[in-house]
Design a protein around this ligand. Sequence first.
Ligand code: APR
Length: 179
Amino acid sequence: MRVQFGSCYVELALGDITRQSVDAIVNAANSQLAGGGGVDGAIHAAAGPTLMQETIERYPDGCPTGQAVATSAGRLNVKHVFHAVGPVWKGGLKGESELLRSAILASLQLAKDHHCKNIAFPAISTGVYGYPIDLAADTSLLAVRDFIFEHHTPELVRFVLFSEGAYGAFSQRLEQLIV
Ligand code: APR
């Protein structure tokens, strides 16, 4: 599914983010940038050990929740990995929505800073961190739409969803955003 917002596109795909050919992919990292399972584990495994070496060297203090940092991409077929730290879901009243929005916006700002024409996101926070997929879709897509309307970049934002359920949640919400 692909939707146009101004001069930019938001696209949904079902698949594995490590197989994307885009300028940048976003990792769903933890604030220690210590690696883990899920999409974080898959990205580090596909990129190889240089990704963790660079992360430790450049960001020894990690990255706060709601922010993102950039590295190169090792063996991945992309130029950059942006390590975004989404919130752990604690019921919805602990600023989770603002923190998820902030993590997405920080990643998009890095894309702009690094002159990326296209970028792929996973559904940040919706795995180990327990964020309900429909609420994450809502917050994530609104953040992207708002950034695109303000900055007119990047040309393409792709959400790579790992299950039919996640794809369904994102596509339902994206349809509602078409004006
Ligand atoms: N490609 C795309 N999406 C993926 C992939 C993949 N290869 N692997 C998993 N996913 C999906 C999950 O199905 C989920 O919808 O990514 C989404 C985010 O799940 P997690 O990877 O568990 O990320 P998150 O919920 O943000 O938790 C982050 O998990 O792995 C640790 O180090 C990480 O501590 C951090 C925490």
